[in-house]
Design a protein around this ligand. Structure first.
Ligand code: ATP
Ligand code: MG
Length: 263
């Protein structure tokens, strides 16, 4: 039933299912991507089911960011299939891709805020860009509500340079959520933060899933975040999905690669 190439760990089929049914929102099959001779993805398989959070574990440079950039069409894969809502990403026109991106929030590894714009303008950007015909009042309300959700309404008129690392991460999160997406892709949302702030961000991610019923792929080295947010974890190693399963299953694994993340 499931095509994940967890060649080493094969958890019980039950655990391969999403927690809220079987509907695959994202289905990645035999995905390949190389940069010259650097073969980053070498036949990666994974599905994301509706309502679930999958955490991707992998060493630095293993291709985690490349993988989720392929999902939103920021990077073009060489071969294989990557379907979101049943649509093959590489076959989409620019306007179809833009429409799809409205439904996908992307929290960048670096926060990727526009340094010359205030927090408010950073959040307004996706609302205006997608030509969604929001009124000025709609935009104002959405920006304020989303900032309220991440506890940063007071920072609305600050510039990114005036924010702490944790605040930047939260604004990055708010910008990804402002369009009320169905899918959120998180690229290391807690990396570089102190444990308390990491916990706060993790709480926000859980709150987001609950409030907006989102499905997420979360790249994280933070095992506390991984444990608390994941319905399943997938280990990306040597370009493939080396192992997949629940936290409780993988933490007991004797496999060397899997084990290395739980030490
Ligand atoms: N635009 C690019 N051009 C060429 N090579 C790239 C490009 N982006 C990434 N790579 C290469 O692809 C590989 C995977 O990079 P990626 O950023 O996905 O790693 P990662 O798993 O996210 O690592 P980290 O945990 O450090 O963020 C690396 O070898 C990197 O050098
Ligand atoms: Mg990365």
């Amino acid at each position: 039933m499931n095509s994940e190439n967890a060649s080493i760990i094969k958890p019980e089929s039950e655990s391969l299912k999403g927690s809220s049914g079987d509907y695959e929102i994202i289905k990645i099959t035999d995905l390949r991507k190389a940069f010259g001779t650097n073969q980053v993805l070498r036949g990666f398989n994974l599905s994301l089911y509706k309502g679930e959070n999958v955490v991707i574990l992998g060493k630095s440079g293993s291709g985690k960011s490349i993988l989720i950039k392929c999902v939103v069409g920021l990077i073009k894969y060489d071969s294989g299939s990557l379907k979101v809502y049943g649509k093959e990403i590489k076959d989409l026109s620019q306007s179809e891709l833009d429409d799809l991106r409205v439904k996908i929030g992307f929290v960048f590894q670096s926060s990727a805020l526009y340094d010359s714009m205030t927090v408010r303008k950073n959040l307004e950007f996706p609302l205006r860009r997608h030509n969604l015909h929001f009124t000025a009042k709609d935009i104002e309300d959405k920006v304020k509500n989303t900032l309220q959700d991440v506890g940063l309404l007071h920072a609305i008129d600050l510039m990114p340079s005036e924010l702490s690392g944790g605040m930047r991460k939260r604004v990055g999160l708010a910008r990804a959520l402002v369009l009320n997406p169905d899918i959120v892709l998180y690229d290391e949302p807690t990396t570089g933060l102190d444990p308390m702030t990491s916990k706060e961000i993790t709480n926000l991610m859980l709150k987001t899933q609950e409030k907006y019923n989102t499905s997420s792929i979360i790249i994280s080295h933070d095992m506390d975040c991984a444990k608390r947010t994941s319905n399943r974890l997938a280990v990306l190693s040597e370009g493939i999905c080396h192992a997949v399963g629940k936290y409780s299953e993988l933490e007991k694994s004797k496999d060397e690669v899997v084990n290395s993340f739980f030490l």
